[in-house]
Design a protein around this ligand. Structure first.
Ligand code: S3P
Length: 178
C-alpha cells in the first residue's frame, strides 16, 4: 500500500454499515496499514457480558444488547487513534450516531446485497438473520438505516472481488480529509 500508509490518525476511525459489509476484515487491514489497534464493538460487548451476541439476544433480549452496545462504542471512542468496527445497528441510537460523528472519522462501508449474504453465510452467528429470508431482512434493515449510515464523513464500496481496494480508498480519502 505504498505511501498511503504513512497517514497518521489523530482520532479513531470508525466503520459503520450493514452486517456482512466486511467491516471487521477491513478494519484489521486498516489497523495494520496505519499501525494502530483494532477494536470491534461486538467483541467488547461479548467481553463485558461474558456471553456471545447470540446468547445476549436469547437470554436478555435485543434492548439489553443495544444498551451494552451504546456503552461499548462510547468507551471505544475514548481510546485514542484506533480503528473501530461497529455493529450494524449501532447508529440507530441517536447518541451513538452523534458521538461517532463528533469524535471519530466515520466511514460507511457499503456492499451489495449478494456480497453481504455471501459474507454472513460463513461467519459469526447473527441472531437477526436467523430467519427464513435473510435477504429480505438485510434489505429492510438497509432501508431503515441508510439515512443514518449516510451521515458518515467518508463512504466506500467494499466488493468481495476487489480485495484491498476499499482499504486503499479509505486511506486515500483520509489523506484529503483529516
Ligand atoms: C447487528 C449486527 C451485528 C451484531 C448484532 C446486530 C445489526 O454486528 O451487532 O448481531 O443490528 O445489524 P455486525 O454488523 O458486525 O455483523
Amino acid at each position: 500500500m505504498n505511501f498511503l500508509h504513512m497517514h497518521k490518525l489523530n482520532k479513531p476511525l470508525t466503520l459503520v454499515g450493514m452486517m456482512g459489509s466486511g467491516k471487521s476484515h477491513l478494519g484489521r487491514e486498516l489497523a495494520r496499514a496505519l499501525g494502530v489497534p483494532f477494536f470491534d464493538s461486538d467483541a467488547e460487548v461479548e467481553a463485558q457480558a461474558g456471553l456471545s451476541i447470540a446468547e445476549i439476544f436469547a437470554q436478555k433480549g435485543e434492548p439489553h444488547f443495544r444498551t451494552l452496545e451504546k456503552q461499548a462504542v462510547a468507551d471505544l471512542l475514548e481510546r485514542g487513534p484506533c480503528i473501530i468496527a461497529t455493529g450494524g445497528g449501532a447508529v440507530m441510537a441517536p447518541e451513538t450516531l452523534a458521538a461517532l460523528q463528533e469524535k471519530s472519522t466515520m466511514v460507511w462501508v457499503q456492499a451489495g446485497v449478494e456480497d453481504m449474504l455471501e459474507r454472513v453465510s460463513h461467519n459469526k452467528d447473527r441472531p437477526l438473520l436467523k430467519n427464513p429470508n435473510p435477504r429480505a431482512v438485510l434489505e429492510d434493515l438497509l432501508k431503515l438505516r441508510e439515512p443514518l449510515y449516510a451521515q458518515a464523513h467518508i463512504k466506500v464500496m467494499n466488493r468481495q472481488r476487489e480485495s484491498g481496494q476499499a482499504a486503499q480508498d479509505i486511506l486515500k480519502a483520509l489523506n484529503s480529509f483529516e
